[in-house]
Design a protein around this ligand. Sequence first.
Ligand code: AKB
Length: 315
Amino acid sequence: MKRIMVTGALGQIGSELTLALRARYGLDNVVACDIRDAVGHLADGPFQRADCTDTAAIAAVVDRYEVDTIYHLASILSASAEANPQRAWDVNMGALMAVLEVARARDCAVFNPSSIGAFGPGTPALHTPQDTIQRPTSIYGITKVAGELLCDYYHQRYGVDARGLRFPGIISNVTLPGGGTTDYAVAIYYKAVEEGRYTSFLRAGTRLDMMYMPDAVKAAIEVMEADPSRLSHRNAFNVTAMSVDPEDIAASIRRHIPDFVLDYQIDPVRQGIADSWPDHMDDSAARYEWGWSPAFGLEAMTEDMLRVLRGRLGR
Ligand code: AKB
């Protein structure tokens, strides 16, 4: 049985992945870790407040809970990173280095999420290959490429079982994302249910890869359970479930809320970041090496998002 630590456990992905890991490996075998105090359902199992840029703090949690696998989710997302590049570097690289060092010394496996942000304007935007040009122009993307390389290094040099995915925008209904460029694709559903309208900060035609949270959770678990002998791209698999722009999501919402109104007020920073990212990645390496296959496309995701949010928000 695995003994798992999740950093950034109160974040968008952490708050759902931690529960899925507890359901799979046992409540007491998954310690949630965040820089903030435990809230809500995560307080039902082991929880440790810790700053994951602090190597000693990570080591203490690993020792106390006899952790053998670290899901390292704590990260500053793209738009927030652009507002404070030095902090983004310190947190994104400092925490990853701390986690890898602890993993090296204590023989832990590591899951490290990369992102579509690891690509840049010179990358082919369509069918973005698994192995291609990576010259991102955002500080977030720079930390993501460096993170992919650092994980490869710790694997090759020290034998750390580090694995990772290049996540697209993740759409979810439990915890809001914060400070990302793809956040519009979550907010649009909340606003559709609450107000029947949404003002997008990305312009029509901005096509990006996206994925519904149940698929993101499934991918993170499956890649860590995959047969290591089949993994040649172990630290940075392209994974996607759909490629959509704001108009595609609006059209899908209108099948359930016919009067839904979408208008635009473009944020030049986030638009610039989005324009530098691919439209649609090729994820055939993930499909071939460990059987990746998403369950949700746009229509199934919209139906589920609206059902959950209508229930929760009482509309
Ligand atoms: C962001 O928008 O910064 C993230 C990502 C795609 O990595 N959601």
